[in-house]
Design a protein around this ligand. Structure first.
Ligand SMILES: NC(=O)c1ccc[n+]([C@@H]2O[C@H](COP(=O)([O-])OP(=O)(O)OC[C@H]3O[C@@H](n4cnc5c(N)ncnc54)[C@H](O)[C@@H]3O)[C@@H](O)[C@H]2O)c1
Length: 388
């Protein structure tokens, strides 16, 4: 691996270019929008300057990293690339066109990767003549800071492509996990109840946003509560991911989006970036305080946590990833305080099954069905990881 191409110079593409250049590669960064490319160049220069100010690198190092990134306005410059990572708009048809164009330019050995969050890698690969060189390499935002990268081989991907792509990203100092080519891969699938169940609790009037956030952070140890996090991600973005996963799972009710979030998104209450979301971020505004009732807080945490555990267990059940990678993905990708499967072992599988069955009995909704794996494990008194 020598020359890396990145297509799309938005939030993700510019971050990935920075990571690859920091690892010592020459990087070609292309965008079909000249303004976006200039913005990326300015942004990267600012970020590197800040790293120098903070003492994280010397001025010479920062200049060398920036000097390794070539901002190009034509894909034809990619003829010597060993790997290209695509990070353009999340649209299957446009991505397919870009992959076809790339194939007509890059050398035969070049790996073609997509940073897609929700599209199938198999369908992108199917647009290529050499589908076996296509793979998913899913970074998290911001790419230079987030350690986790999901590696997603499609059914067409060759073992050689997988091995080389994964070892390259490992060498960039990232923590890679291997995920099956299914909607949401690991993190965007397993994390859905963190938002979805919190929204259900809100919509049923059990608690308000501040109380739910307080329960998840103060009692649960999560770094951010679900509503603070949704406001941070953007309600438009978070809603679209949920809706995409829901549709991709053939409308499985477990992933059903919430009207509350749809309306917020429609109203332009997108979160921090709009100054208003679940919370009001205008200067001087005090948002209503949480109801710090411990019993209520524990009930909220328990309901969301058990749904998260069920989702993680189901991902094991469907062989989406190894148990170790699922726990690693949630602690390193979204900073959960503990791996969900280890957390389930700690609580006791039987207790988790009982809680899920209680929800199912109360609501009679398929959303609350217990994973067959959890039920089997409870019967066999098994745990996800060996007990010391
Ligand atoms: N933002 C996130 O949190 C995040 C996290 C992981 C993965 N992703 C995925 O990464 C990809 C990019 O997301 P983003 O947030 O960086 O988007 P973005 O909107 O910030 O950037 C996309 C860039 O692609 C450019 N572009 C669009 N069509 C193009 C084309 N045909 N050729 C070249 N450039 C083109 C746009 O001009 C824009 O600069 C998407 O597939 C997204 O799902 C996003």
């Amino acid at each position: 691996m020598n020359k890396i191409g990145v297509v799309g110079s938005g939030s993700m593409g510019s971050g990935i270019a920075q990571v690859a250049a920091t690892a010592g590669h020459e990087v070609l960064l292309y965008d079909n929008n000249a303004t976006a490319l200039t913005k990326a160049s300015d942004k990267l220069q600012k970020i590197l300057n800040r790293l120098v100010e903070k003492g994280r690198m010397t001025d010479v190092e920062a200049k060398a990293i920036f000097g390794r990134i070539y901002f190009v306005d034509n894909l034809s410059a990619y003829e010597e690339c060993d790997m290209v990572i695509e990070a353009i708009i999340e649209n299957l048809d446009i991505k397919k066109q870009v992959f076809q164009k790339l194939e007509s330019i890059v050398p035969d050995h070049c790996i073609l990767a997509s940073n897609t969050s929700s599209l199938s890698i198999a369908s992108i690969a199917a647009a290529c003549e050499k589908a076996n060189r296509v793979i998913g390499i899913h970074f998290f935002n911001p790419a230079p800071l987030m350690k986790l990268v999901e590696i997603i081989p499609a059914i067409q991907t060759s073992p050689a492509t997988l091995a080389l792509a994964q070892s390259t990203i490992d060498k960039w100092g990232k923590l890679t996990v291997l995920a099956k080519d299914t909607p949401g891969f690991i993190v965007n699938r397993v994390a859905r109840p963190f938002y979805g169940e919190a929204l259900r609790i809100l919509e049923e009037g059990i608690a308000d946003v501040a109380t739910i956030d307080w329960a998840m952070t103060s009692i649960g140890g999560f770094r951010m509560g679900p509503f603070t996090l949704m406001d941070y991600i953007g309600n438009d973005v978070n809603y679209t991911v949920t809706e995409t996963v829901f549709k991709a799972f053939y409308f499985d009710p477990r992933y059903k989006p919430a009207f509350t979030q749809k309306r917020l998104s429609e109203a332009g209450y997108l979160g921090r970036k709009a100054g208003r979301g679940y919370y009001n971020y205008a200067e001087g505004v005090e948002n209503p305080p949480a109801n710090e009732d411990r019993d209520l807080g524990e009930r909220i945490l328990w309901r969301i946590l058990v749904m998260l555990i069920n989702e993680a267990a189901d991902a094991v059940h469907w062989n989406i990833a190894s148990r170790e990678d699922i726990d690693l993905a949630m602690t390193k990708g979204v900073n959960y305080p503990k791996g969900l499967l280890s957390w389930a072992d700690e609580i006791g599988i039987k207790k988790c099954v009982k809680a899920l069955d209680k929800l199912y009995k109360e609501y009679h909704e398929d959303r609350y069905r217990c994973s067959p794996l959890l039920r089997k494990m409870s019967k066999n008194k098994a745990s996800f990881f060996p007990k010391d």
